[in-house]
Write a new protein. Structure first.
Length: 294
């Protein structure tokens, strides 16, 4: 049985992969986070690879504190670049496939159309720049796959959906940025696509699958649109959501104002349909017991 190492297993995506692993039972999974496998430590990685010889690595580990990264660039680089180098070194030695998660923050938001995988990157923040560096390392590896995603949320950890649910139950009004546009991504949809991808590699070993892919849910919205729908679906309609501009809520790190991504490549490669973000948000709230409006 082929083995799969999932790093960053305590995060949103890693936790989701734990939950759905039983649906892809043809693999043996090893879930690790910093407390059990330090990917910034090359010796620890070599020891793990030597013992378990994973066929696949799914790297969910990342420094994702976007604003804090502006003050901690070295730490962001250590996790988003150096750790990726360490994983790649081990993967090369053992001929392991490496699937790495990246972000829409590698773009500057100036595109008039959804970003394709071939679109030029131009990150605006330390976080985006370190993720771009990590991407370049992975795509240079013959067994490397980068999946860029955006606006990830889940029933786990800290994310926009959970924040809006909490604040809308506590306040009479919320001000939310309306001039940043993208596509939310439900962790269960992304995790399912990733495991479909490793299953595809396993069943089609001669197919050229390595490279760069985009995955988010279908549809486009602003953070304001997203928040309004969360508030309505969860029955917190007494909380008024007010649209504001990015300039009204300045943050240390610049965000792309438009980060919609073209997903045709992954849809065609896997032969999948991607759910619309509205439907997936309902599914997430249902799972959390927060869905009031069906």
């Amino acid at each position: 049985m082929k083995t799969v190492l999932i790093t960053g297993s305590n995060g949103q995506l890693g936790t989701t992969l734990k939950e759905i692993q039983k649906e892809f039972s043809g693999f043996q999974y090893f879930f690790h986070d910093i407390d059990t496998l330090d990917i910034t430590n090359p010796e620890a990685l070599q020891q793990f690879f030597s013992s378990f010889r994973p066929s696949f690595v799914i790297n969910c580990a990342a420094y994702t504190a976007v604003d804090k990264a502006e003050q901690e660039p070295a730490e962001a680089e250590r996790i988003n670049v150096t750790a990726v180098e360490n994983l790649l070194t081990a993967c090369k030695k053992y001929h392991t496939w490496f699937i790495h998660l990246s972000t829409d923050y590698v773009f500057d938001g100036n595109s008039p159309v959804p970003y394709s995988e071939e679109a030029r990157t131009n990150p605006l923040s330390v976080y985006g720049k370190t993720k771009e560096k990590g991407e370049r390392l992975v795509v240079a590896y013959p067994g490397g796959i980068v999946i860029r995603t955006s606006w990830l949320y889940s029933p786990y950890g800290n994310n926009f959906v959970k924040t809006i649910l909490r604040l809308s139950s506590e306040r009479q009004e919320l001000k939310v940025v309306a001039d940043q546009v993208g596509s939310p991504t439900y962790s269960f949809d992304l995790a399912t696509a990733i495991l479909h991808l490793i299953s595809r590699i396993e069943s089609h070993p001669s197919e050229k699958i390595a490279g760069l892919y985009h995955y988010s849910n279908e549809g486009v919205c602003s953070w304001y649109d997203f928040a309004k729908f969360i508030v309505w679906l969860s029955g917190h309609a007494s909380c008024k959501v007010i649209p504001i501009e990015t300039s009204d809520y300045p943050l240390p790190a610049r965000r792309p104002s438009y980060s919609v991504m073209n997903k045709n490549k992954i849809k065609n490669t896997l032969g999948i349909e991607i759910p619309h973000w509205c439907d997936s948000l309902k599914e997430c709230l249902r799972k959390m017991g927060e869905l009031v409006v069906p």
